[in-house]
Design a protein around this ligand. Sequence first.
Ligand code: NAI
Length: 712
Amino acid sequence: MTARTPAEQTLRMTIERDVLIVTIDRPGEPVNTLSPALVGEFESLFLRIDEDTLIKGVVLISGKQDTFIAGADIEQFPLLRTAGEAEAVSRMGQALLDRLEALRVPVVAAIHGACLGAGLETALACRYRVCTDHPRTTLALPEVQLGLVPGMGGTQRLPRRVGLQAALDMILTGRNIRAKRALQMGLVDEMVHPSILREIAVERALSLAAGRLKPPARRGGGPASLLLEHNSVGRGIVFRKARESVMEKTHGHYPAPLAALVAVQAGYSRGTEAGLEEEARLFGAMAMTDVSRQLVYLFFASNSLKKDPGVDPPAPEPYDVRRLGVLGAGFMGAGIASIAVQQGTSVRLKDTDLSRIGKGLDAIRAVLKERLARRQVTRQQFDDYLSLAGGTTDYSGFEAADLVIEAVFEDLDLKHRVLQEVEPAMRADAVYASNTSTIPIASIAAAAQRPERVLGMHFFSPVHRMPLLEVIVTPETSREAAVTAVAYGKKLGKTVIVVHDGPGFYTTRILSAYMNEAGRLLDEGASIEAIDDALVDFGFPVGPITLLDEVGIDVGGKVGLVLTEAFGARMAPAESMRKVVAAGRTGRKGNSGFYRYDPDGKKGSVDPSVYALIGGTRREIDRDEIVQRCVLAMVNEAAYCLEEGVLRSTRDGDIGAVFGLGFPPFRGGPFRYIDSVGASRIVEELEDLHARFAPRFRPAEVLFRWGRGDRG
Ligand code: NAI
């Protein structure tokens, strides 16, 4: 390894009261990550501790603002070409932490901010952990979310620290643990205010060194869990239950949680050495899985979107959005307001009467209440946020808005009317966004005095949970308006893709193609359950018919009209769907869907009266055919969106489908799916389907090109 100058080094060392303070601060990076390149620096750290007998203890602390260590450097993963190479990296990390753990002096981890993956594994190898009580302090082992298992001893040290059940919960889900909970479960030993973190850590290192403080005893959960965990029969039950729960959640599509279970179990049955060996072997094996490659790809894709201003460079500066006007205090309007107030934006809701405003404010309160109940916000924040939302039945206050988002009923005339009403009240430089899910933005902007300030901000429901925002620009939309919508969407915590205008934009358009095909299968006699089950098996969180119940059958009906008008027969709604829409069924919200719903809204069995409504007889249609037709309808439509320039990139198409529609993440998105299957095979399958079902399934031109190996 070449020698590094101090400026390039990640570990900075200073001495304070005989304690070696090691500040982790990766040069030129916003967060700290660990990579094999750091091994040399750790070696010199260990050497110094061995040589300098005056050092009584060590404190590991971060030089970054809000991260301790965010994990291993994920950029390194794609460079690992074989399972053996990946296993060796894991072995190296394990050995490093074994040495840290065995140092002659106590090491205290002083944790503020994100302490994730390899970061938490490092903290677990320390003798004592102090964390700050700050909301940004979160601890987790999120490796399974990248299709991996913890590879630096996490599967062995965590269960011994917090008990088997708590550890499995963390390892198998990747869940974030906040400071207070971390203290309760024994994941950290002490929680302090950020201002005294360093001082307390030094103090504890000295006390441990002097024997005044004993290393804290390891925990094992409460008495009930001890009963289960402290004998092999009990542990057998815990492992079996965990495996069942993983299988139920993942339908067997994600191998990593199962692999992590094997590693944890090996540690219990054959000891830590064997456990570590199994962990490294499985880390290697998992790093080579297709699932992991797709999840890592999505991680990079969403990271690159975070840095993308939404327009080609040079991007103008976005305007700061401090005041937001929302037209329509309904389901979506209130949802948008509920996340906006949490960013300190003052929000003015406009609706037609006060009772609707009241309902909207109640809906905002409900979202905030949930956060309060989960202690994600304090009482003070709850009150502050709520006080930022106000309502009106006219446009008073809209002159102060930097951005107005319209979320009135999906009706073009109404959308024109509200735009014409509000525009004179708005500042000339304020941006106007419609939350329409289907209507082309250019049609809406046709009624505007300042169409250059008009764009689409398509949020997904429920707004406070769904991670995607689709920003839609027309040829007239100004670059300032576009970057402002993108920047504000990011501030609201969304992953933002920018698409060019068109009916149904990107997400609604590909979703419709998919759902329509499900409708065609119903026409041909497939049962509702068969269709839903087949696509859940493929990896969607729910099947297309259940999804239609969720979205609203009436909404689906309206979307169908707009898209048929735009694309003709290939997008025309299926006969059965038309009948269900015409019968006035609305889905779950009206308890009149394809399925029955109990009073709490929980889904029951299929409502047999739907079959009477759609007529025909049911017959078995091959599961593979159901999957192939629905998925290829979506994938082909995505390819059309790319070649028509609706999408700026395949990256956006993959992220849009995964984050907005639940396309199976382990498949990476529609475009990665095309790559995995092979474009030429997709073309062949589409051509076969086109022969049977024209005008549907005509392959997009770009697929032919890719099939010939032309990626240009
Ligand atoms: P909603 O029916 O819950 O709310 C619409 C609200 O607009 C109602 O409160 C209504 O009183 C109000 N409104 C009607 N005329 C108005 C006027 N002149 N001035 C001010 N407010 C008026 O509908 P939802 O579901 O919130 O949908 C709103 C928009 O969001 C639609 O364009 C819809 O396509 C879109 N959207 C809906 C999604 C969903 O899942 N519900 C998802 C994404 C977009």
